[in-house]
Structure formats: C-alpha cells, structure tokens
Design a protein around this ligand. Structure first.
Ligand SMILES: *[C@@H]1O[C@H](CO)[C@@H](O)[C@H](O)[C@H]1NC(C)=O
Ligand SMILES: *[C@@H]1O[C@H](CO)[C@@H](O)[C@H](O)[C@H]1NC(C)=O
Ligand SMILES: *[C@@H]1O[C@H](CO)[C@@H](O)[C@H](O)[C@H]1NC(C)=O
Ligand SMILES: *[C@@H]1O[C@H](CO)[C@@H](O)[C@H](O)[C@H]1NC(C)=O
Length: 450
C-alpha cells in the first residue's frame, strides 16, 4: 500500500507539496493506529487525481480537434438531418445536378496581359456562341488604353451588343504567375458569372494563347448528353518525396499588396505537411460545374475557404486549389474527371513552359481529340489552318447552326441569328466523343483522386 502511495506521489510531481502535508500527518498518527482513515482518504484523493491526470493527459492535446470532429460525425448521421444547417445546404448539391432536357450553356473566362487584347478577341470569336457567357480579364500590367480598346472591340460588335453575353472586367487585377492572385482573379470572374447569369452549366478558363479545336456546336452537342455534374480537372495526389519539395516551402505573392508586379518571394522558414486534408496537383486549365464552383465561391462549408487560405502561401496555387478542394470533398470526389480538355505539348524533360504549337503539331492536335489546345504564338499560321479546317471560320465566328444568314459574296452568316439550341455537329463532335468515351471508362474512373 505504502509503495503504491509513494509511486503515486512520484508520478504526480506538481502535487507533491499538497501531499507532503498529508504524508507528515499520517506519519505522526501511525503509532495509535488512527492512521487508517486519513490514509484511505489521501489514497482516494491521490487515485482521483491520478485518474483525472491520465484522463486529462490523453485528452488535452486532442481537445481542440475532438470537438469539431464530434460535431461533424454527428452531423453526418442520418437522424441528425434537419437539426443542422449543413444538411439543408447539402441538399442544394442535388438541385442543379438535374438532368435538364435543355442544351447546356458554358461560361468562359478568357484572360490575358499586356499586348494580348487582339489575341483574346480572336479566341473569343473562335469560341463564341450565343448560348454561352463570356468574361474577359486583362490584367493590371496592360495599360488602360489597351483595356479601353478591348472594351470598344466588344462594344462595337453587333452580335455581342444584341445578345449581351460578353463582359470585360472593369476591375483588373495584378496577377502573378504561379501566385494566389491568379486564383483570386479566377474566383472573382466566377463570382461575376454566377451573379450575372443564372443559367450556365460549366465554367471554363482559357488564356489569350489558347485556341479551340472544335466548334461550340460540337462541344455543346456532345455535352448535351453528359451528366451535368462532371468536373474536368486533371489531377494527381502529391505523395512521397514530392510532398516535401512542394508543400513545405512558403511563398508570399507581392501581388496581394503591392501595386507593381514583382515575382513571388520565398521565405526561409518551411512549414509542416497538412494532416487534415490531402494535397493534389494538376493542370491549371479546368472545366468545372456550376454546383462545384458555387460550393467554392459561396463557402457555406468551410473547406474551400480553409484550403484557399492554405494555398495563399503555396507555389503554383492555380495548379492545386480546385484539385485539393474537389478531392477532399465526399460529395464531389466522384465527379472529378482527370483531364483538362486541352492539348498541351511539353519538351522532354518538361521545361517550365509548354512548347508553342505550330504547323508541325497540327496532326497531333487533331489526333488528341481534345477540344482546346495551347499555347500558340500571336497569329501563328496554324491558327488560320485551324480556322479553315476545324472550325469552318470564314467570318467573325466559328461555324454554327445559329448563323442562318447568307454567306454570299463574303457576307457574315452570323449577322442573322437563328435558334441557339439547334446545333450542327461536325467531325469535331466525333473526336470529342472518342475522348469522352475513354475518360468515362471504368479504368479512368477508378483512378479518380488517387
Ligand atoms: C440526392 O439525390 C439522390 C438521388 O437522386 C439521393 O439518393 C440523395 O439522397 C440526394 N441527396 C440529398 C442530400 O438530398
Ligand atoms: C485559368 O486560366 C489561366 C490562363 O490565363 C491560368 O493561368 C490559370 O492558372 C487558370 N487556372 C486557375 C485555377 O486559375
Ligand atoms: C446521347 O445518348 C443517347 C442514348 O445513350 C444516344 O442515342 C445519342 O446518340 C447520344 N447523343 C449524343 C450527342 O451523344
Ligand atoms: C429551337 O430549337 C429547339 C430544339 O430543336 C426547339 O425545341 C425550340 O422550340 C426552338 N425554338 C424556337 C424559338 O424556334
């Protein structure tokens, strides 16, 4: 008994002073055998303290985590639905996933920098369709004169003026290559598109050096048959040695707080790897469903916001933000199709930037079955070949069944607008369907978010 008592005393160092008093007292009364009561009393106190210490020891470090964890697991049980606001919000996942009979609509962001306004305009015209929505963003490096010029080009186009589906972002952002300001800009464009137009199904982002390889009729026709909850986002998990080199460095994007563009800064400190979510990386070119971007923008679940803040100091955040959010959310994981819908060629071994495509790449581009390709030099001759052979673009826009005017004497058939839910799919639709067949196969779906 006394041995155990000593042991207890040794273990609970901080309480020795209290127990010393108890101890000396019990020693004094030992002779007249009245020690029994105080001894058991102190033993009881010690055991209570001991147990509570052990209980505390195993609980305190996790205490912070355990509380929200309990709430989450509770919220996920069936009977709790209705008590928590989250269960109501989760129902909203279902509302826009409905198999609408109407043909889909796409929302495009086309972004560029200084000197890109004419290329942006060309890309815009090549992907234009009256069903779709377009936002153009010319970053802060471009002089105000160029932004004005771009706005004017949009304003004077009679079709854009009539349909009112092309917008130039008046507020232009300082965008740092590989920095979080790029993500901020993309999120802002999505927010504008969500606010301005109630019905579109997919968000796609293009740059001035991107170009389509199929007509919008091809794309819309093939997407009509597609489940409206599929996200095209090329992704892989960051694992092994790559984790240390990708996730530990901390960067600061001066574009967040300086008014002049400068490169990202690297800190000497490194941070530990995240344990509450897994990291994914992939292509910065994405086609995301409206449901998924609503989840990211509105942020009623905290994960998209937490990950956004985490990615503030992550190098190349545009290649990881949406990827990490989608693969860490149960409701969306199975909707991630690992392809960016682009043909992009790299050197072997890959350099920082992809190869600029030219005439010699034409066949490879077509064979890839991808609906878009990048990157192209301004007015590269291969773009004319794409216009002529793949897009049937003779006037302003690529060919489409909505253009019902006469093309006699070089007139623009798109100056007369027909029914925009009628499509005239061509060979591009067949190619795209081939690609989708592969992407939808069991084999590809098995690799989702792994
Ligand atoms: C969403 O719809 C599916 C089937 O249509 C249903 O099983 C599921 O419970 C729904 N989810 C929510 C959160 O309502
Ligand atoms: C969107 O497109 C631009 C092209 O300007 C690209 O650089 C960016 O990283 C893309 N992705 C995201 C998630 O912003
Ligand atoms: C859509 O799916 C139906 C049935 O699976 C098929 O008959 C039709 O050809 C498809 N249309 C397109 C455009 O893929
Ligand atoms: C446009 O075409 C669709 C599909 O063929 C048809 O359902 C719709 O009624 C047409 N709209 C008009 C205004 O003709």
């Amino acid at each position: 008994m006394r041995k155990l008592y000593r042991k207890l005393e040794l273990i609970r160092n901080p309480l020795t002073s209290v127990r010393k008093n108890v101890n000396s007292q019990s020693g004094r009364v030992l002779s007249d055998r009245k020690w029994i009561i105080p001894f058991f009393a102190s033993l009881l106190v010690s055991i209570t303290l001991f147990l509570s210490a052990i209980f505390g020891l195993f609980n305190t470090p996790n205490g912070g985590d355990q509380l929200p964890f309990d709430i989450i697991s509770f919220a996920r049980t069936e009977d709790s639905s209705g008590y928590f606001v989250e269960s109501d919000l989760k129902k909203s996942f279902n509302t826009s996933g409905h198999a609408s009979m109407e043909a889909p609509r796409l929302a495009y962001l086309i972004s560029g920098t200084k000197g890109d306004s004419h290329r942006m305009m060309r890309t815009l015209q090549a992907v234009y369709h009256p069903r779709n929505q377009y936002v153009l963003h010319l970053d802060l490096e471009a002089p105000p004169r160029e932004r004005l010029e771009l706005t004017n080009m949009v304003k004077v186009d009679p079709t854009f003026r009539e349909v009112e589906n092309v917008r130039v972002m008046a507020q232009s952002n300082l965008v740092t290559y590989k920095g979080p300001t790029m993500i901020a800009c993309t999120l802002q464009a999505i927010a504008i598109l969500l606010k301005e137009s109630l019905d579109w199904d997919w968000f796609l982002n293009l740059s001035a050096s991107d170009y389509p390889l199929v007509t919008q009729d091809d794309l819309l026709h093939v997407f009509s048959n597609l489940s409206r909850n599929l996200n095209f986002i090329e992704h892989t998990q960051i694992a092994g040695w790559k984790l240390n080199s990708r996730a530990k460095p901390i960067i600061v994007d001066p574009g967040l707080y300086l008014s002049k563009k400068s490169d990202i800064a690297w800190t000497t400190q490194r941070r530990s790897l995240p344990t509450s979510f897994k990291l994914y990386t992939g292509s910065a070119w994405v086609a995301l469903t409206r449901t998924f971007v609503e989840y990211c923008i509105w942020g009623w679940d905290n994960l998209p916001r937490t990950i956004l803040m985490y990615y503030t100091n992550f190098v190349s955040s545009p290649e990881g933000y949406f990827h990490t959010v989608i693969c860490n959310t149960d409701e969306f994981r199975s909707t991630a199709i690992s392809h960016d819908l682009h043909y992009i060629a790299w050197d072997t071994p890959p350099k920082q930037h992809p190869i600029s495509l030219s005439m010699k790449d034409f066949d490879k581009m077509v064979k890839s079955n991808a609906p878009f390709a990048r990157k192209f030099h301004k007015n590269d001759p291969v773009l004319d070949k794409i216009d002529k052979e793949l897009l049937g673009r003779t006037g302003r826009f690529a060919a489409g069944a909505w253009c019902i005017g006469s093309s006699e004497g070089g007139a623009d058939p798109c100056s007369v607008r027909g029914n925009d839910s009628v499509f005239a799919p061509g060979p591009g639709a067949k190619r795209l369907q081939e690609l989708l067949k592969i992407l939808m196969s069991e084999d590809s779906r098995k690799k989702q978010c792994s």
